[in-house]
Write a protein that binds this ligand. Structure first.
Ligand SMILES: Nc1ncnc2c1ncn2[C@@H]1O[C@H](COP(=O)(O)OP(=O)(O)OP(=O)(O)O)[C@@H](O)[C@H]1O
Ligand SMILES: [Zn+2]
Length: 729
């Protein structure tokens, strides 16, 4: 009896057996529709066997193997299996996290999506005289003329020709005038499109270094200061691989960074098929992108973290831009790091991988010290005469602030306005004010479902929880004592925007945060406005700090930066440093010199001192020493067991029980369970347990054994999840 072993989107780490008499080894990787419980599901066949792992009377028959959909290639299956082992997550869930929803749906996929066919005129077709098509059939005449001129036509082109054309094509097909052929991947990239710019010597060195080993797996850390022209290096290396007819995968941390990069790559490689994959595509678009990549039609795939799972049979290069960005790590479900998986993938394809950043993650930086990665430095800005901005601090302990803004910053803003340059005020907090406070009884507006305060949004006159989305009307009076004197406390982007509008009535001010950038269109409009100099002052959150190139921006003001210095997370300082270096790096990217004013209570903190000297290495060394002493990554490897329950006690109890399941062995350190920093979230209380080891291998061995036991213990109302290489606590 032939059995197919199928991975399904079920939280059980095993395959499911079905009878499939016609299955062969060729079906591995294929999609199969199988009964599960009372419904049908789509799964992926991972093995064919003669014998089932369950008793024969329980076996069901597979409904259908969907051979019309191209099977998942072996390399991708291997990648999924690696993820399942490494992150200790059920294989079916791993696969279904990567495969587009449309392909996972039991609704059949119309053939026209799966294969792109061309209709080619046959010899019989050529022989048909145009005059023989009756005069009244204009479309027929038209279609035949077109075919005689060009030779082929796609259904899409036919549709553009006339609504009736696709139907006519079917008639032509029946008559043998045309034949259906598989569309050949279009591989005529205009790879000679050269830069208008003259490369800097550093860029040339970087390109030559990588080129010397272009056909080999290597992890290159392209460590180039902000504005050093890393994009140009990406373009040049990409062009080399395109010439070799290989596919290039480019990962960016934020969907907002895709349009601009897409534009740059499209204009450099105008005839190259480029697809952009991110979470805002509709299911059909995403499926199309996936299939085009799998067929090798798409030569450049640009996307956010989920694009790492795209099938790329001719993969020749991976670029991870802003590699330090925490967004590459998924925080729920399969908690993978797209950057780390990208390295596995590059190795698998024996292709180079470029990790680019002005502020590499400490892990990557450390890997260049140990020699696992190779660092290439770009120390100067690319634009001639452009320099890094001058950074000043305003000690907020010794000056009066006006609506959160210091006199120095206001003067600098005024000056920049007069010079007709752009400014940016960075405050990493959206909304109007982070706290609503009753002055008489000290009542604070808090979220009932999360351990968080409700943020005042004055434009919509409501209070919102930024963690769970809970929203309520602004109360007219204090719900506790009835006093009407409720005061918004602290500053958010909306409040700063309002204050600046009052102070600079003639300035054109644009706020940029998550509240007004939903949708790709919104971003495009904002970016256009900035580039066309229709904005004088930008007020924004970290959304603005990442990777954007605004040539006319010469002043950056930073408010409320210190908050991260109090954080419990051992990565908080690393993140703050990177973030400030990135924000500062938006200033003075072209000829006009840039200036950065940071308002802080601790201007002498080592972080701020290193920042002032733009000295990434110095600060990275300080952080590394701390990590070494405290045995934190990169000097150890970690996993976090997260538990959540209606009450914290249950979560802690579960974790205590879990910690005793396996004898940890000498090289594994298990910490006590502790409540998470954000203890309540969306109505559940959360705790976690940290496990670490200096040996990744030892940690993995422990986790494998532990995971099997964890799956077996009764957990009642507790929900748990394992997070390998956690990035947030
Ligand atoms: N060789 C060059 N000559 C002149 N200008 C250049 C050159 N290379 C790049 N540039 C320009 O320098 C600016 C900065 O380049 P790019 O955006 O690639 O920087 P980056 O290294 O990615 O910086 P960041 O990390 O801040 O995003 C761009 O406007 C780009 O057009
Ligand atoms: Zn909440």
């Amino acid at each position: 009896m032939t059995i197919i072993r199928v991975a399904l989107d079920i939280p059980i780490d095993s395959l499911f057996d079905y009878i499939a008499p016609d299955a062969t080894q060729l079906d591995i990787g294929s999609y199969a529709r199988v009964p599960f419980g009372k419904k049908f599901m789509i799964g992926i066949i991972l093995a064919i066997s003669d014998d089932a792992h369950v008793s024969h009377d329980k076996l069901k028959q597979a409904d259908e193997i969907l051979r019309n959909i191209p099977p998942i290639p072996p390399a991708l299956i291997e990648l999924f299996e690696f993820c399942s082992h490494y992150y200790h997550y059920p294989i079916g869930r791993v696969i279904m996290n990567g495969v587009p929803t449309r392909l996972r749906s039991i609704k059949p996929v119309p053939q026209r999506f799966i294969t792109s066919f061309l209709f080619r005129l046959t010899e019989t077709g050529y022989a048909i005289a145009l005059s023989s098509t009756p005069g009244r059939s204009k479309t027929k005449h038209h279609l035949l003329t077109h075919l005689k001129e060009v030779g082929t036509i796609t259904s899409k082109e036919a549709k553009q020709l006339s609504q009736r054309a696709p139907k006519l094509l079917q008639e032509f097909l029946a008559q043998g005038w045309v034949e259906k052929i598989l569309e050949e991947p279009e591989f005529t990239p205009n790879i000679n499109a050269s830069p208008i710019l003259q490369l800097t010597t550093e860029q040339i060195t970087a390109i030559n270094t990588i080129q010397a080993e272009i056909g080999l797996f290597n992890t290159w850390l392209l460590h180039g200061i902000t504005g050093s022209g890393k994009t140009e290096v990406y373009l040049q290396i990409t062009s080399m691989l395109l010439k070799q007819k290989r596919q290039v995968l480019i990962l960016v941390p934020e969907i907002n960074l895709t349009p601009r990069l897409e534009e740059i790559f499209r204009s450099r490689f105008p005839n190259t098929h480029l697809i952009s994959l991110h979470s805002k595509l509709n299911p059909t678009e995403r499926m199309n992108g996936w299939l085009q990549a799998q067929r090798g039609e798409a030569s450049i795939v640009l996307g956010t973290r989920l694009a790492i799972f795209t099938p790329l049979p001719k993969l020749g290069l991976i670029i991870v831009d802003e590699e330090h960005d925490p967004s590459f790590k998924q925080q729920d479900g399969l908690r993978y790091s797209a950057r780390d998986i990208a390295i596995f993938r590059a190795k698998q394809a024996n292709a180079p991988i470029l990790l680019g950043s002005a502020t590499p993650s400490l892990e990557s930086y450390y890997n260049t010290i140990t020699g696992r990665y190779r660092r290439i430095l770009l120390r100067a800005r690319a634009v001639k005469n452009a320099t890094l901005p001058i950074i000043h601090y305003v000690n907020t302990r010794s000056v009066q602030l006006k609506e959160g803004l210091s006199e120095q910053l206001l003067i600098a803003l005024e000056r920049t306005l007069t010079q007709k340059q752009q400014s940016m005020v960075f405050i990493n907090r959206r909304g109007y004010a982070p706290v609503l406070l009753c002055k008489s009884c000290t009542w604070l507006a808090t979220c009932s479902r999360c351990s968080s305060r409700l943020v005042v949004h004055l434009t919509q006159k409501n209070l919102r929880c930024h963690y769970c989305g809970y929203t309520e009307q602004l109360p007219p009076a204090c719900p506790q004592c009835g006093d009407q004197d409720l005061m918004p406390f602290g500053h958010g982007t909306q409040r700063i925007e309002a204050a600046l509008a009052k102070l600079f009535p003639h300035a054109r001010i644009l706020r940029v945060d998550r509240d007004n950038t939903r949708g790709k269109e919104a971003w495009q409009l904002i970016l256009n406005a900035i580039h066309k100099q229709q904005v004088d002052i930008l007020v924004g959150t970290q959304l603005l700090a990442k990777g954007h190139d605004f040539p006319n921006l010469s002043l950056v003001g930073v408010l409320n930066a210190d908050t991260s210095l109090y954080s419990m997370d051992f990565r908080a300082e690393e993140r703050l440093f990177a973030q400030l270096m990135q924000v500062a790096g938006r200033a003075g990217r072209a000829e006009t010199a840039g200036e950065v004013l940071i308002q802080t209570e601790f201007p002498n903190h080592p972080l701020y001192l290193a920042l002032q000297h733009h000295d990434y290495d110095a600060y990275a060394q300080i952080l590394l020493r701390e990590r070494e002493i405290t045995h934190f990554p990169p000097y150890s490897h970690q996993a976090l067991l997260n538990a959540e329950a209606p009450h914290i006690a249950a979560a802690i109890e579960f974790l205590s029980m879990a910690s005793k399941l396996v004898e940890p062995g000498k090289q594994i350190e298990i910490f006590d369970p502790v409540p998470a920093q954000m203890t309540r979230l969306k109505g559940l209380e959360r705790a976690h347990l940290l496990v670490q080891s200096h040996s990744r291998k030892k940690l993995q061995l422990f986790l494998s054994e532990w995971y099997i036991k964890l799956c077996k213990i009764p957990h009642g109302k507790v929900r748990w999840a394992l997070d390998v290489d956690p990035s947030e606590f």
